[in-house]
Design a binder for this molecule. Structure first.
Ligand code: PLP
Length: 376
């Protein structure tokens, strides 16, 4: 059986986790957390990065920092993971879903402006499959209407838009290091802060509403409870694991990219013949091979494809069921305009196995099996 995903492990993680244990420092914000922060700040040229317990809590923090008032609106795509929507809902915002572009499955930048009302506060740009949204257009709209832009770059670590790392373009960016993402710490994530005005409050929110971070820097002589907050810092055990991965980030990306390219090559003819579609990578984007998906003719074709692959030992999965049609989506949001692509395109999409260490032989077996299905 070729699994859909296997969590990444390079090998050096054992050494760092062991060292964290033996250093008698396993709670958060120790040396491995600091190493991860510094690595990302340097590599992505980010103003400030804070590790969090998940991509979801990074989004929660970003929305808390946006200072939402009850009744404010947040613009999101409907084709996304639930966390993109739960974060605004948790701070009392109403969701306004906007349709996607079929070529990247990202929010359609040309439909955002029409969805803006005088209650709109935030636009969340989710970079599906690690391929960037049209950030120039989104930033332009946001500046014009004085809105905050949060990038849900959970899938986009190491991807770029016009040479800029995803997560560093909006006001705030969110990464995920869940085991299904390119780089992992089991459960974890990071908040990327691109405007220093959020720095101090972000540290406070992350540390149970206290100014503990300032205390440790010697900027205050005792630490006190000053704001709302949560506990969003991951343990050193998780950070040590991630450190092992970040040190090999290029190797992990290259490995995934070789699988991606095998898939891309194999489907060329079928794409030309119009039998199926694959993802478009706009010219201004580089991607991180987070995902390889194809689009079948319709829902029935996809269902048949997934069971055919399964019968032949290949795990393929689909997602997402559009949020605006889900019970919570109906309760907390509205879809602006017409759902032209969100539902239709989501029903055609299927993801092929993709993980660090997937062998060339296995990738070729996946494509041979898929080609048999599509050529029949
Ligand atoms: C994975 C993911 C998240 C959530 O990340 P977790 O670390 O699992 O909480 C949020 N948004 C998107 C688009 C994701 O793919």
């Amino acid at each position: 059986m070729i699994n859909f995903n296997i969590p990444p492990c390079i090998g050096n993680e054992y050494e760092y986790v062991k060292d964290a244990i033996e250093s008698h420092k396993i709670c958060g914000d120790g040396k491995y957390t600091k190493k991860c922060h510094e690595w990302m700040e340097k590599r992505f040229d980010a103003q400030k990065v804070l590790l969090t317990t998940s991509g979801t809590t990074a989004l929660d923090m970003a929305l808390m920092l946006s200072d939402i008032q009850p009744g404010d609106e947040v613009i999101v795509p409907s084709f996304t993971f639930s966390s993109t929507a739960t974060a605004p809902v948790t701070v009392g915002a109403k969701l306004v879903f906007v349709d996607i572009r079929p070529d990247t499955m990202n929010i359609d930048e040309n439909k955002i402006e029409k969805a803006i009302t005088d209650r709109t506060k935030v636009i969340i740009a989710m970079h599906y499959a690690g391929v960037s949204c049209d950030m120039d257009k989104i930033m332009e709209i946001a500046r014009k209407h004085n809105l905050i832009v949060i990038e849900d770059a959970a899938q986009g670590v190491m991807s770029t838009y016009k040479g800029r790392p995803l997560g560093t373009i909006g006001d705030l960016g969110c990464y995920s290091f869940h085991e299904t993402k390119n780089f992992s710490m089991g459960e974890g994530g990071a908040l990327v802060i691109n405007n220093s005005k959020y720095n101090e409050r972000a540290e406070i929110l992350r540390e149970k509403g206290t100014n503990r971070a300032r205390f440790f820097r010697g900027q205050v002589d005792k630490y006190t409870w000053v704001d709302k907050g949560g506990s969003y810092l991951p343990s050193e055990l998780n950070a040590a694991y991630l450190w092992g991965q970040l040190l090999k980030a290029d190797e992990i990306t290259e490995d995934r990219m070789s699988t991606w390219n095998i898939y891309r090559e194999a489907f060329n003819t079928l794409v030309k013949n119009g039998r199926l579609e694959i993802q478009n990578i706009p010219e201004e984007c580089t991607h991180n091979a987070h995902m390889f998906y194809i689009k079948c003719k319709d829902l029935e074709d996809r269902t048949n494809f997934i069971s055919y692959m399964k019968e032949n030992g290949v795990g393929c999965v689909f997602h997402y069921v559009p949020l605006h049609s889900a019970p919570a989506g109906i309760k907390f949001g509205r879809f602006d305009g017409e759902d032209i692509y969100t539902t239709k395109e989501s029903e055609r999409l299927v993801r092929l196995p993709m993980y660090y260490g997937l062998s060339k032989e296995d990738a070729e077996y996946v494509t041979e099996t898929a080609l048999k299905y599509f050529n029949e």
